[in-house]
Design a protein around this ligand. Structure first.
Ligand SMILES: Cc1ncc(COP(=O)(O)O)c(C=O)c1O
Length: 501
């Protein structure tokens, strides 16, 4: 690979704690130590690299200076910057390429690559972290008591259990899903997983063969794309219209899919809901093509204007829909509990496949959750958080209307934990995100949700996803003026560049 390609693929995160020059320095250092760039090689000029990476020239200069001070690079004025001929901690270049040294299989590399864009957070949530519930509203005292009681009285469930999960929890979830989401199932169809992420992985490997066609909403949830890609599926991206996944577009242009992944209740990041006619069309299509529909119903508890549309699964009479749920939004993500509802007849095999990964999900949190639901805490917590999030959403909408009515247009806002916004004037999304990070605001540009293989029809206008659920009202009021400042500066930069042309 050319050195510029290697360096331009160094992952940089403007919102990470480490400054960009340190991240870039770490990437170059790793490439040198891996042997991906060899002693004596010439690095791209700082001006070239800063353009390639979309960072300031000072970031590249500081990274080069740091590595020169550490002895990895050496420079001569006028000649350029080179990888040092004699490297600290390494006397000779590796004889094998870095990949062979690390020994990952092609599948291993595909797995690792599929989650490359997915970030975790190592800082408390700030305005406007996306898709994050309010941890301060969760009744940890109650939860701790329930877990502690189960630990004080261990029974036979503390041995190896059913791979499908703790039966009383599956019964409680079955009742809840029937009442709240219209899901029609028996406890035997419910499989407890470690978050919906594991559910999606298990589905990818149990329903798809290498090369099978999969349709994915794009933009969309990276966590869904990753396991499907890692399973070797042939991924086709489908645009999302105001009434959900554009089925007619997909039917016209794509080979029939074996599996369609969709978030009909609330699309991430656009916030749209799939209309009833579209749901019925999709079900009819899946029946005709004997395809699976994977319905990810991750945050349907949060709807602020009236009751949610029942799940797609509730309309399915042909057993095409596999329903995926999570406790990450309604309780908290670190709990790592989710579930699958699969058509009868498939449950045992899918549960056995999940057992290959981890035998079964940890038992004590499952028991505590069953108690939490049975004792009414679950319903109470949903009511409480729904009211709190409704207030936060209203405050955010009001503040945006007050401070940035000319710059941001809000998408649908009647559900979920986030608000999708689009720029009313041409702005550079990456520049806005960088300016917001510098102003202490955490958010994602919509480009984060773009599928790497997305076709042009899946492009959406640039914008920002503003998470409101984990941000108390005062923090929203405090952050919106800073967001407005960052947007105004980005607008001034665009205007300045236009005048220069
Ligand atoms: C669309 C979507 N589905 C599911 C999840 C939850 O994933 P998990 O259950 O693995 O935490 C998220 C979390 O952000 C999401 O955005």
């Amino acid at each position: 690979m050319h050195i510029a390609d290697i360096l331009s693929s160094v992952p940089l995160d403007a919102q990470a704690r480490a400054p960009l020059f340190q991240q870039l320095g770490a990437g170059i250092r790793a490439a040198i130590l891996d042997g991906a760039i060899a002693p004596g090689m010439r690095l791209p000029p700082t001006r070239t690299l800063c353009t390639l990476l979309g960072v300031s020239r000072q970031t590249v200069l500081s990274a080069y200076e740091q590595l020169t001070a550490e002895g990895y690079l050496e420079g001569t004025v006028g000649r350029g910057t080179f990888v040092a001929a004699h490297l600290p901690g390494r006397t000779q270049a590796p004889t094998q390429p870095a990949r062979a040294v690390r020994g990952l299989s092609a599948r291993g590399r595909a797995f690792a690559a599929s989650m490359r864009g997915v970030r975790h957070h190592d800082q408390p949530a700030r305005a406007f972290r996306a898709s994050m519930p309010a941890l301060e509203l969760f009744p940890f005292d109650v939860w701790n008591r329930l877990e502690a009681r189960r630990r004080r009285h261990p029974d036979h469930h503390f041995g190896y259990g059913d791979p499908a999960g703790y039966l009383p929890l599956r019964e409680r979830l079955c009742e809840y899903l029937g009442a709240a989401r219209g899901v029609r199932c028996t406890p035997e169809q419910v499989i407890i997983t470690s978050g919906s992420q594991q559910a999606l992985y298990v589905l990818a490997v149990t329903t798809l063969d290498e090369g099978d066609e999969v349709w994915l909403e794009s933009p969309g949830y990276q966590g869904a794309c990753a396991p499907l890609r890692a399973a070797g599926a042939s991924i086709r991206t489908v645009p999302v219209a105001e009434d959900g996944l554009d089925l007619a577009w997909a039917e016209r242009r794509l080979p029939p899919a074996r599996l369609v992944f969709t978030t009909p209740s609330h699309h991430l990041p656009l916030g749209v809901t799939m209309s009833l006619p579209r749901r019925l069309e999709l079900l009819a299509w899946a029946r005709r093509h004997r395809a699976w529909i994977v319905e990810d119903d991750y945050d349907s508890e949060y709807r602020y204007n009236g009751p949610p549309l029942p799940s797609l699964q509730s309309l399915d009479h042909a057993g095409c829909v596999i329903y995926v749920g999570t406790l990450s939004k309604v309780l908290f993500p670190g709990l790592r509990l989710g579930y699958l509802v699969v058509p009868p007849g498939l449950a045992e095999d899918i549960a056995r496949a999940k057992a290959v990964i981890d035998r079964h999900s940890p038992i004590v949190p499952q028991m505590a959750l069953a108690d939490f639901i049975a004792q009414g805490h679950f319903a109470r917590h949903i009511r409480r958080t729904r009211a709190a999030y409704a207030e936060r959403r209203a405050v955010l909408l009001r503040e945006l209307d007050r401070h940035v009515p000319d710059l941001l247009r809000c998408g649908p806002s009647d559900a979920g934990l986030d608000l999708c916004t689009h720029f009313r004037i041409p702005l550079d999304e990456a520049d806005v995100v960088r300016r917001c990070a510098a102003a202490g605001i955490e958010l994602r540009g919509l480009a984060y949700y773009r599928n790497p293989n997305a076709v042009k029809a899946c492009d959406v206008p640039p914008g920002l996803l503003l998470g409101f659920s984990s941000v108390p009202p005062d923090a929203i009021r405090d952050a919106v003026p800073r967001l407005a400042g960052a947007l105004a500066d980005a607008a001034a930069a665009v205007e300045g560049a236009r005048r220069l042309r």
